[in-house]
Write a protein that binds this ligand. Sequence first.
Ligand code: ZN
Ligand code: ZN
Length: 80
Amino acid sequence: MPEAEKPATTIEKRPACPGCGEPWLRPTQLPGRFRCVYCLSRYELVSQCPDCGEHQTIARMSTTEDMTCQSCGGSMLRPL
Ligand SMILES: [Zn+2]
Ligand SMILES: [Zn+2]
């Protein structure tokens, strides 16, 4: 696939909702809690991967990378 057809990397990375896939996750007043303003689902950012059990260092909690398990690539967001 040509380089040009890859998704643009200049767009600001926002965490995508695991439920609907839309990049509308927003932090709530509670630390580590997020709400998708698109489908209104609530999620909690966990420090241990629900899939492989690997512990992650939560650095900024602002980009998709911070919400992805570095071991298995699974989402660190747990539906509430
Ligand atoms: Zn959603
Ligand atoms: Zn994992």
